[in-house]
Design a binder for this molecule. Structure first.
Ligand code: ZN
Length: 77
């Protein structure tokens, strides 16, 4: 699963609406990029269920943040 350019924009707009200037918690740079690749974050291995999350990476130091797609408002199957 991956994000379309429109969905990447939706994630970026969500971040801007929640944080004036989304910043890296490690290096405090503000050049965070929404990656195309989606990660399935395992939440219950016995039931084999997972939560799709968007990956947001700091272009300066490489730190990764993850955001639930459903919380951001992107429909998931
Ligand atoms: Zn950083």
């Amino acid at each position: 699963m991956s994000l379309t350019p429109d969905e990447q924009r939706t994630v970026a707009e969500h971040l801007r609406s929640r944080s004036q200037s989304p910043q890296c918690p490690v290096c405090e740079a503000s050049n965070m990029v929404v990656m195309e690749e989606v990660t399935l974050h395992p939440i219950d291995q016995e039931e084999d269920s997972s939560l799709p999350v968007a990956n947001v990476m700091c272009k300066y130091c490489g730190y990764m943040l993850q955001f639930s797609l459903s919380a951001v408002g992107i429909p998931v199957d």
